[in-house]
Design a protein. Sequence first.
Length: 268
Amino acid sequence: MQFPQALETVLQTLERLRDETGHRPCASRTVLDALEQIAPARVRENIPEPKIEPPSPDLRRTDGNKVEKLAAIQGRVAGCTKCPNLASSRTQTVFGVGNPDAEIMFVGEAPGADEDKQGEPFVGRAGQLLTKIIKAMGFPREEVYIANVLKCRPDTPGSSYGNRPPTPGEMQTCRPYLMEQIDIIKPKVLVALGAVAVEGLLGTRAPMRELRGRWDSFNGTPLMITYHPAYLLRNQSPSEKRKVWEDMMLVLERLEKPISEKQRNYFL
Ligand code: SF4
């Protein structure tokens, strides 16, 4: 086992001990000194320094238990090297953002170049459209939770720009982190954005025209499938935009939110 994987295993064990016993495990000065001695190995192996991202401001204003649990996963994700090529090419991991008590959780496929730079999901052009959709539904962006199946930007060897979809193997490897996030947040409704997110969540592949606009279920949580906002940027047809909006109205109805006349007539 290489050093980064071994370190991650140790961290996971310590976190489990802390969670199960309610006590923070202690390490002697000798052990800490030994770890400091080992640290340069990571530098020799050219593994980037894991960035432990602080909880977002939204994480700080809710149920402390959820905040701590999410922060613990976020810390593990920040140091994760299970996909060595992605760990070495990423600027940082992109964990997720929003209200840990969110009623709606949006799930996309993977960070792109903008998200990799900023460390937040859905901040590029597609993200701006998603924010517009969320606001049209009547929520501030901070009120929902947004995450991806993959927490690292899929690498594009030989090219410094462009994005590629994650492979099924990468999604399979990273999926447990998303499962933990969903398990903690417990949203009333999940929204899968695009066919790749559906594959990451449900393991099924099908054309979006067959998947979208109907309720599915993910481990007992209602799951609405709709187009990825990037698809709407590529396909500006009003009828495609209307379909996404109709899917979002189904979500509002499921949550028993009032829908105004203006919202019913809304076009993205
Ligand atoms: S994609 Fe997920 S599993 Fe792979 S290195 Fe990144 S955080 Fe780890």
